[in-house]
Design a protein around this ligand. Structure first.
Ligand SMILES: [Zn+2]
Length: 306
């Protein structure tokens, strides 16, 4: 069909005609899922690799029941921190996706490699089949072929144990959720202190900007905190959301590193006052104490020493 729209993420035919609204384009793609696209041109998405990750990310959010995914510049720039890195993490994401689709332990999940390859953040069906084979070789899943060529996969007992482990400890996660105000006068604390300090310790800071996630922000935050190794919460500005995110992480048993600008320390909520807050005045001088605190409380990421 001449006017069949193309999905901007996987470059294949989208299922529904795109609808243009004032500021955004809505797509429904059987590979990527439903999403809308705003303020982005193809020039903003430089590499096929970024598109592959975006496709995997949008599909993953859809699978989690979050169907109003906005793809914009902020998401594209953040994608390296949202997506798995390396073969092992990719295999884990695929295993978790199959677990999510399992209606009960032993359930055989139908998978079509040509449609479902984004479940493993894969570039195509060949890469997807590689990961299915890898998970089977590690006895995490069993793969079955039906009489008409359809394939199903089912988690083994070891597969379920591994998924439980991933859910519980986040020990393999390098993601660090950063909760903070988005006021302009605080943003340097992220760019000049929290981001470089977290990265120097071998982790990946992720800050979710309300503006980047118009739909499903609450689900988004809950999911990201749950997958994080620890949380850095800067209390400057006394935003309720920051307290909520820090409290949620503590409730999950995740370490939380609290920071606050000196002039706002007096306003910190009573319940948080007794906690060991790193106080900063100049963001550049927060880098070292924050690194030391991360090293002491959480430890350094894989392969990092200082
Ligand atoms: Zn697509």
């Amino acid at each position: 069909m001449a006017n069949q729209p193309r999905c901007p993420l996987c470059s294949q035919d989208a299922d529904q005609a795109l609808q243009a609204t004032a500021n955004s384009l809505h797509y429904s793609c059987k590979r990527c899922g439903r999403f809308f696209y705003s303020g982005l041109t193809f020039q903003d998405l430089p590499s096929l690799q970024v598109l592959t990750l975006l496709c995997g990310y949008v599909r993953e959010q859809n699978e989690r029941g979050n169907s109003a995914i906005e793809v914009n510049k902020g998401v594209a720039e953040n994608i390296q921190n949202l997506a798995p890195r390396g073969v092992q993490e990719q295999a884990d994401r695929l295993l978790q996706a199959i677990a999510r689709k399992s209606e009960w332990p032993g359930f055989k999940v139908p998978l079509d490699a040509r449609v479902d390859y984004p479940l493993g953040y894969c570039a195509n069906h060949e890469e997807f089949n590689f990961f299915l084979g890898m998970l089977q070789a590690r006895r995490m899943i069993d793969n079955f072929s039906g009489p008409s060529g359809e394939t199903t996969s089912s988690l083994t007992g070891d597969g379920w144990s591994h998924v439980d482990q991933l859910r519980k400890s986040n020990v393999e996660s390098l993601k660090v959720f950063v909760a903070m105000s988005f006021a302009a006068d605080v943003s340097a604390a992220f760019t000049d202190a929290i981001k470089p300090a977290v990265e120097a310790c071998g982790y990946r800071p992720l800050r979710i900007d309300n503006k980047d996630y118009l739909g499903g922000i609450f689900d988004e935050i809950v999911a990201e905190v749950r997958e994080s190794r620890f949380v850095v919460a800067d209390l400057t500005g006394q935003r309720q959301g920051v307290y909520y995110e820090a409290g949620y992480a503590l409730g999950l048993g995740l370490p939380v590193v609290l920071t606050c600008r000196k002039d706002d320390l007096k306003n910190v909520h009573f319940d948080a006052k007794h906690m060991n807050i790193l106080v900063w005045k100049n963001p550049l001088k927060l880098v070292k104490p924050l690194q030391d605190r991360i090293r002491a409380v959480i430890g350094l990421g894989p392969g990092v020493t200082f």
